[in-house]
Ligand binder design. Structure first.
Ligand code: NAD
Ligand code: MG
Length: 385
């Protein structure tokens, strides 16, 4: 039967997706059963057989034993600190507490910081690694789909301040990323869907074949099929590695890393309006934002309506959020003017016009910085604002 076959299933060696930067290169290792083999996988790249693990509390309760076992087997010494999950941990206080806790534990210049959790832990631990002793080696072990397909690759780290999200941070590239698809088995379905939105986004930006793959396999992937999850993580990491390799520090103004923001101008406005309080996950906002960005592309005459219809059909088929109507039950309802106000504050405004990532079709993203706010209002109102 299925359970017996699963238990007897052979361990398959992981896939490696290389990330090549100007003066640094690392692998994203994608596969199953990686935590128990973490020591053997990491040993070749660690400068010292010693690590400081910064772990999400929830992830630690479920998966830390496997990771520690893997480190022990390779004779790697470790010191573990846990952090409560959730966006609120990405703050200056937590940053200071972690840095001091590592220093108190006597870490040295060659001790590697290991982030073990979702994007919140990756961003926070990465920033701690970037600044403590002026920069420590860093490893990402992402445990959410979002962090496996997106945030663990590319070297952006940071925390939030009173003034907004990710305003304090650094580029600090990892020396290795271990994406173990087994850990996704304990991830709540809502978090899985949120991460999937970034896979769909990658397809829309420059990989029409990935978008078509999503259409074929998205529903089964969201049921938790491990082989499909592993393939999605590999495909999305290959996509992100290529984008980041061509524009490591987001210096290109049209094309490059900026295209990764497809759907994100709308998403950030929705998140800001809902005060980042957990009612709307980032990936849920991105899913809606993708529809709005394609709708805007159509209204600007840049994109055929069929591309938007294809996206809508896929999101509907997979139960992903695709508009504001489900959100408007809240009071006060979302207002187009307020959302546009957030976009203007999002540094996207130039001379009264808004800057957006748009598409000419599926897999053909580009930027435009002359979008009239009136058209953005039309899109938001059509979506239910
Ligand atoms: P998250 O880290 O908050 O994790 C989501 C929730 O899932 C948490 O409650 C966590 O405790 C729980 N969890 C994590 N792994 C689990 C597992 N395997 N089983 C059960 N529960 C688990 O959220 P996220 O969506 O992974 O990351 C969001 C963050 O990523 C945001 O702060 C965002 O700014 C950041 N981000 C960064 C980049 C980048 O390039 N650096 C890119 C995108 C997003
Ligand atoms: Mg995102």
């Amino acid at each position: 039967t299925r359970a017996v076959a699963g238990a007897l299933e052979e361990w398959r060696p992981p896939a490696r997706v290389p990330v090549s930067l100007r003066d640094h290169r690392y692998d994203v290792v994608v596969g199953h059963g990686l935590l128990r083999r973490a020591g053997a996988l990491l040993a070749p790249v660690l400068p010292q057989k010693r690590v400081a693990v910064i772990a999400d509390e929830q992830v630690a309760s479920l998966h830390l034993a496997a990771l520690e076992h893997g480190l022990q087997q390779a004779g790697i010494r470790f010191h573990t600190v846990t952090v409560p999950g959730g966006e609120r941990s990405k703050n200056i206080g937590e940053f200071g507490r972690l840095a001091e806790s590592l220093l108190a534990a006597g870490i040295e210049r060659r001790t590697t910081v290991v982030a073990f959790g979702g994007g919140v832990i990756g961003d926070l631990a990465g920033f701690v690694a970037s600044a403590t002793l002026r920069g420590l080696p860093f490893v990402q072990i992402p445990t959410t789909l979002l962090s496996q397909v997106d945030s663990s690759v590319g070297g952006k780290t940071g925390i939030n301040t009173r003034q907004g999200k990710n305003l304090l941070g650094a580029f600090h590239q990892p020396i290795m990323v271990l994406a173990d698809t087994d850990v996704l088995g304990t991830l709540p379905g809502r978090e899985l869907r949120a991460g999937y939105a970034e896979v769909v986004k990658a397809g829309l930006i420059s990989e029409p074949e990935l978008f078509a793959w999503c259409e074929r396999h998205g529903s089964a992937l969201l049921q938790g099929d491990p082989a499909l999850l592993a393939e999605a993580v590999q495909r999305a990491c290959r996509f992100k590695a290529a984008v980041v390799g061509a524009d490591e520090r987001e210096e290109k103004t049209d094309g490059g890393r900026v295209l990764l923001n497809l759907g994100h101008t709308f998403a950030h406005a929705l998140e800001a309006e809902m005060n980042y309080d957990g009612r709307l996950l980032h990936g849920e906002a991105v899913s809606i934002g993708l529809v709005l960005a394609l709708d805007l592309s159509v209204r600007l005459g840049d994109c055929p309506p069929a591309a938007l219809e294809r996206l809508r059909a896929h999101l509907t088929a997979t139960g992903m959020p695709d508009g504001l109507r489900g959100l408007t039950g809240q009071s006060p309802p979302l207002e187009a003017e307020r959302l546009i106000g957030h976009m203007a504050g999002d540094k996207k405004m130039r001379d009264g016009r808004l800057s957006f990532v748009l598409v000419r079709g599926i897999g053909q993203a580009f930027t435009r910085n002359d979008v009239p706010p009136a058209l953005v209002r039309e899109v938001l109102e059509a979506a239910g604002a």
